[in-house]
Design a binder for this molecule. Structure first.
Ligand code: NAP
Length: 281
């Protein structure tokens, strides 16, 4: 294990702190990010590549944490330019079941391993190494990835074959999208009735309606500052993916309408709880 060469592609809001945890754990790490400046603070202790293909050639296990289907497909096109025989790929992005399964099949044809391992938890758990990892793939591949996943998450749940990790992730984010819209509407309602936001959020967080999700969004709502930890556009992506995968319930239409309209009106780059500014209008 000490000599295993780890590659990490995608140093965004999530990928950066996750890769930092692998670096801190002392693994032999290489990183790549499309915008090169995000890799600057890896130069001292890890190897920074400016080409995906070079990172893959020099890695045994490659993690990817990228925006969406397009990003993951583009990166894997470059991955497939080199001989990947015997390597293991762990995609932690939230993407469609179709894209994930296509890539899993293409990887396995080349006699390499693939795990879909998306995560629950935002940038704070990513930095603390306390993500919840939902994994789909073979027992053997998961065992091989485990020492590294243990540095990223507090829970690693093996849910079955390829695609099951993505399935669980789309399900949990369906719930969170409803929860955030509900929280934003509740805060607007209590604003209207003259209740101080901090008081209201303290009550929510101390009551049965509070959760890790409501707690993490409390400072953003109190300070009315929506610097993105999880961008609203990413939540829209996830609701649309869930809907395409079969989430077709009374709330689905409302959630799609709200998050899509918020995106159309320019709130997509804000944090997801910035949905409150769209709902306020
Ligand atoms: P992010 O900050 O926007 O980072 C996205 C990463 O993907 C960046 O490294 C970006 O590179 C890269 N990328 C995008 N398009 C690319 C392309 N065509 N080729 C190569 N690289 C590309 O997003 P994030 O918040 O880290 O989220 C990453 C994934 O985790 C998403 O699927 C998201 O749904 C999921 N997720 C996020 C959270 C959260 O709280 N943020 C929580 C759980 C799961 P550049 O820097 O060059 O743009």
């Amino acid at each position: 294990m000490e000599n295993t060469k780890i590659g990490f592609i995608g140093l965004g809001n999530m990928g950066h702190p996750m890769a930092k945890n692998l670096e801190k754990a002392g693994f032999f790490l290489s990183v790549y990010n499309r915008s090169v400046e995000k890799a600057n603070d890896f130069k001292e202790k890890s190897t920074v590549y400016t080409k995906v293909s070079e990172l893959v050639e020099n890695s045994d296990i490659v993690f990817t944490m990228l925006t969406n289907d397009t990003a993951v497909r583009e990166v894997y096109e470059e991955i497939f330019m080199v001989n990947i025989h015997g390597k293991l790929f762990v995609d932690m992005s939230t993407i469609s079941p179709e894209a994930s399964n296509d890539i899993a099949s293409a990887v396995k044809i080349k006699e390499a391993g693939f795990i879909d391992a998306p995560v629950a938890g935002s940038t704070k758990p990513a930095a603390e190494g306390t993500l919840i990892i939902m994994a789909g793939g073979s027992e053997k591949d998961l065992l091989r990835a485990e020492p590294y996943l243990q540095k990223l998450g507090k829970t690693i749940r093996h849910l079955g074959e390829n695609g099951k990790g993505i399935a669980a992730k789309l399900s949990v984010n369906y719930f969170i999208s409803a929860l955030y819209q509900g929280l934003a509407e509740t805060i607007l309602f209590s604003d209207k009735l003259g209740i101080d936001r901090k008081d209201m959020l303290d009550i929510i967080n101390e009551s049965a309606s509070g959760s890790g999700a409501t707690k993490v969004k409390t400072p953003l709502l109190v300070n009315d500052n929506y610097e993105p930890a999880f961008a609203l556009d990413l939540m829209l992506k996830d609701i649309l993916l869930a809907n395409k995968a079969g989430a077709d319930y009374p709330l689905s239409k409302t959630l799609i309408d709200t998050y899509q309209s918020a995106h159309d009106e320019g709130f997509g780059k804000d944090d997801v709880i910035g949905i409150i500014n769209y709902l306020k209008k």
